[in-house]
Design a protein around this ligand. Structure first.
Ligand code: ASP
Length: 282
């Protein structure tokens, strides 16, 4: 199994470095316990959804109404399952996987997604259980100061895995941006934007969603990869993003087992394995 994960691309401050490194390392460790790529991506992302270091699952940013709205996608072999705007699902990536596996529809939002979870045995929770005191404080401060939040640093998570059978899977899970307009959906759950996987490459992206979705960042990596090495494809895709004023990062794996990653933000938290050894960076 080869697996690479990210824990967001932003100006992660020095005092948050350790938690990010621990979080991404733990995610790779969990993913490595699985046999197939799809399960590895799910488990790696579950770990980060449950870790309040990241803007996914528990501890996510609140929207302008002070609520949590989560988005997630998981993809393999040019197919995907995705959810957006869910408030009662602790692990949206697991719901996305259920949708992919059921293979009836690809993308379900809001109440419909929560109903689907309930009917299909994906655990629901009280939305309040996902809200952290830290985020409530942040939200109150944003409201009081009535300005754009600048001090946020925790971020979206993603994973890409290649298993022994040559299957590639990729996934992304997020709480979106702080104080977002209720109902706003970024790039993260959009196939080709925040995530993409076909039979030769898988990608997960993070960063400023409005720009990432305009350039279909993940799909751009896959298209560039047809003409160049993966590492180079990641770099060039980031140039495409930068050209429209966008910032972010990507992680990827190809079917030959090469890792690719690139970012144009001050920092990105990421980790990958070399056999049983886990390398983590920020
Ligand atoms: N791309 C995410 C969004 O715009 C945010 C992030 O990656 O941190 O919702």
């Amino acid at each position: 199994m080869k697996i690479i994960v990210h824990g967001g691309a932003w100006a992660i401050p020095d005092n948050a470095v350790e938690d990010h490194l621990k979080g991404v390392t733990q995610a790779v460790k969990k993913g490595l316990k699985e046999k197939n790529a799809l399960d590895a991506v799910e488990k790696a992302i579950n770990t980060m959804e449950n870790d309040p270091t990241f803007d996914a699952g528990y501890g996510s940013f609140l929207n302008a109404n002070g609520e949590i709205e989560l988005d997630a996608i998981i993809a393999e072999n040019s197919n995907f399952g995705a959810v957006a705007g869910v408030s009662k699902v602790r692990n949206p990536i697991s719901l996305a996987k259920k949708i992919l596996r059921d293979n009836e529809v690809n993308f379900i939002i809001c109440r419909g997604a929560e109903d689907y979870a309930e009917k299909n045995g994906v655990p629901l929770c009280d939305p309040k259980e996902l809200i952290m005191e830290r985020e409530l404080k942040r939200w109150r401060r944003i409201k009081k100061e009535n300005k754009k939040p600048e001090d946020f640093f925790h971020s979206t998570v993603g994973a890409v895995a290649l298993d022994e059978n040559g299957n590639i899977a990729a996934g992304t899970s997020t709480g979106g941006t702080p104080n977002k307009i209720p109902g706003r959906v970024g790039d993260s759950p959009l196939f080709g934007a925040g995530c993409y996987a076909n039979s030769s490459v898988g990608i997960s992206a993070t960063g400023y969603g409005e720009c990432i979705m305009r350039v279909l960042l993940s799909r751009t990596v896959a298209e560039l990869y047809k003409k160049m090495e993966l590492e180079q494809a990641c770099k060039e895709a980031l140039t495409v993003l930068k050209n429209i004023g966008g910032y972010g990062g990507v992680i990827s794996i190809d079917v030959k087992g090469n890792f690719g990653y690139s970012f144009n933000t001050p920092r990105m938290a990421y980790a990958f394995n070399e056999g049983n050894k886990i390398n983590s960076f920020i």
